[in-house]
Write a protein that binds this ligand. Structure first.
Ligand code: F6R
Length: 611
């Protein structure tokens, strides 16, 4: 959460910083600010989005060859001008931006207040900055040393960038728990929470690790640990183009990303799945195949949409591989003293690869000797790097705050993994294996066919946009999809929605059913079909409005439902990759009908790097 950008070099910094902030707005959009050095330190900041800041500083002299910028997702202190970053130190010479949370800020603040410091914001960031300045003054050291000393005293998570009026070409940066990428140019350097701010300038980047400090000048990048020892920066080549982070003619990133799914799923399968040859190539799985084959259990940790992918993984892995699977919310797992044994396999699922709870959960499990397998979208992210093995989802940058294409990418990886392990373990017949490979191979084409009927969902969305609540029901493999459908609708339309196993509905939620409640059934043809038809009858008897996602050729449900949407026939294990698409579209169109900013719904941020 929070996006940070920095630049030092011969170019004008402001346009680079402001464009970078626009690309990082998905990480938070409560306030925006920049700090430049232009005949002294100049800080411009404002509550609201990057565009609001831009408008408010038209006509100002923004010339500077160094700059830092921040887009905020509020933690300490409400979204406001005064809580916006950058913050300036008591002397007015230092400016700092911060992504993360300083947990012991209250104690440090007390110490500083006793020394006569006054604070203009409610943020932990201003406390850390003045703490650094205080150390610099008392220890008579340079800024780099002061930062190092300060960071040893604080607990919490941070990525910080600082500039100093007295050292006008240098950015000091440090990270622990919040991401930092440094782009290496010719005589210039770029800094960002991800690589998007630097894409058009350089393809060479350094991913800074936890407890590392960077001293960044136009022609110099020095990396050190907190013990003041130099570390050789490891340069990675970026494999990402600018077009991947632009809207490409769509009204919203979310819609673009939904429509990209035939190609993102194809990209995820490509090079791995060969349905004709009957093979799956996944080096991350094969490198750990003995562990998978002998595993007594697998624990999956994730949050949000990724947790829903994990729940489906439980169903699929248990069915195909006959390995017991537990699915844990990372935020619960990390705090509840779970039993993790040497050799246990932990699968971490994360789009961003930076979710704080997931990251810490796997760090803990790793300490206990577990093997960590990451299913991650963002290449080079923290979870990807800490994992012992893994598989990227290859969905490309996901900018819309609500996860769509990353989710289907996760499902594609999970299906391939389960099939690969089952084949190696001998828990699947050749016939079923080959059949599921063919089914998986056909998914991109079937998703494409679903997207061609998107307008039908627009009409359904119009009809139900006024609903105050919605219930999503599914059984078996479609239960996680019902959960995901409800989450999507909540996020994007602000309609209260619940996902439930269709049969469990009778144990409580059925009390909500009346003629105003839309009930969305994810009811593709599977072994539970007759059962879910009975559940539908129960809703109909209570006058609930039924919207059903069903398989082409279904002759029963059309007679029961108020609205239907067909998806192509597929094996019940593969069908969730199809039934999720209409639910994404439904949420999108309801959100649009309600004039919600679907790419940046209120209170949310894409990358949740605070616990
Ligand atoms: C919902 C959504 C979130 C994320 C969750 C985990 O649309 O995007 O629920 O799934 O914050 O994020 P990652 O997958 O980055 O760990």
């Amino acid at each position: 959460m929070c996006g940070i950008v920095g630049y030092t070099g011969p170019r004008e910094a402001y346009p680079i910083v402001i464009t970078g902030l626009k690309r990082l707005e998905y990480r938070g959009y409560d306030s925006t600010g920049v700090a430049l050095l232009n005949g002294g330190l100049k800080v411009y900041k404002k509550k609201g989005r990057v565009a609001d800041l831009e408008e408010s500083i038209i006509g100002k002299d923004l010339h500077s060859n160094i700059g830092i910028g921040h887009t905020r997702w509020a933690t300490h202190g409400e979204p406001s001008d005064r809580n916006a970053h950058p913050h300036t130190s008591k002397s007015g010479k230092l400016a700092m931006i911060h992504n993360g949370i300083i947990e012991n800020y209250a104690q440090i603040k007390k110490e500083l207040v006793n020394k006569g410091y006054a604070f203009t914001s409610d943020t932990d960031t201003e406390v850390l900055l003045n703490f650094i300045e205080d150390i610099k003054k008392n220890n008579e050291c340079n800024l780099e040393e002061a930062v190092r000393v300060a960071l040893k005293r604080i607990t919490g998570a941070y990525c910080i960038l600082l500039i100093d009026e007295d050292d006008p070409q240098t950015i000091i940066a440090a990270r622990k728990g919040s991401p930092l990428v440094i782009g290496v140019g010719k005589g210039e350097h770029f800094l960002g929470s991800d690589a998007s701010p630097m894409l058009e300038y350089t393809k060479e980047v350094v991913y800074v690790n936890d407890y590392e400090l960077a001293i960044v000048r136009p022609d110099e990048l020095i990396l050190k640990n907190l013990g003041n020892e130099k570390i050789t920066p490891f340069i990675t080549k970026l494999d990402m183009e600018l077009a991947a982070i632009e809207k490409g003619g769509y009204d919203h990133f979310m819609l673009k990303e939904i429509f990209e799914q035939p190609s993102t799923i194809h990209d995820c399968l490509r090079g791995r799945l060969d349905a004709t040859a009957g093979t799956i190539t996944m080096s991350g799985v094969m490198n750990n195949i003995e562990h998978f084959k002998n595993a007594q259990r697998i624990i999956i940790v994730a949050c949000g949409t990724s947790w829903h992918a994990g729940l489906l993984a439980e169903y699929v892995i248990e069915e195909l591989c006959r390995i017991p699977v537990e699915v844990e919310y990372a935020s619960e797992f990390r705090y509840r003293n779970p039993i993790v044994n040497k050799g246990d396999i932990i699968i971490a699922i994360s789009q961003s690869g930076e979710t704080a709870d997931t990251l810490v959960a796997i760090e803990r499990a790793k300490e206990n000797g577990a093997i960590i397998f990451g299913i991650v979208n963002v290449v080079g992210s923290s979870i990807a790097r800490i994992s012992d093995g893994g598989a990227y989802t290859h969905a490309g940058p996901e900018i819309g705050v609500a996860s769509t294409k990353a989710f289907t990418g996760q499902l594609a990886v999970i299906m391939m993994m389960a099939l690969k392990i089952a084949k190696e373990k001998g828990t699947i017949t050749d016939e079923r294996y080959n059949n599921l490979l063919m089914e998986l191979d056909a998914v991109p084409e079937k998703v494409d066919a679903i997207l061609k009927s998107a307008d039908l969902l627009k009409a359904i969305a119009e009809k139900y946009k006024g609903a105050g609540d919605a219930l999503f029901l599914g059984r078996g493999y479609n239960f996680p999809i019902a959960l995901e459908g409800a989450l999507k609708l909540k996020e994007i339309s602000y309609i209260h929605a619940e996902g439930y196993p269709a049969a469990e509905m009778k144990h409580g939620p059925i009390a909500l059913v009346d003629e105003n409640l839309p009930v969305i059934f994810v009811a593709t043809k599977d072994s539970y079909h007759e059962k879910i038809v009975s559940n539908m009858q129960e809703i109909k008897a209570r006058k609930g409005k039924i919207i059903a996602i069903i398989t082409e050729g279904d002759e029963v449900i059309p007679g029961l439902a108020d609205d239907i949407f067909y998806v192509p026939a597929a094996d019940e294990i593969i069908a969730p990759m199809l039934s999720t698409i209409p639910l994404q579209l439904l949420s999108y169109y309801v959100g649009i009908a309600k004039a919600v900013d679907v790419d940046k719904p209120r209170n949310l941020a894409k990358s949740v790097t605070v616990e």
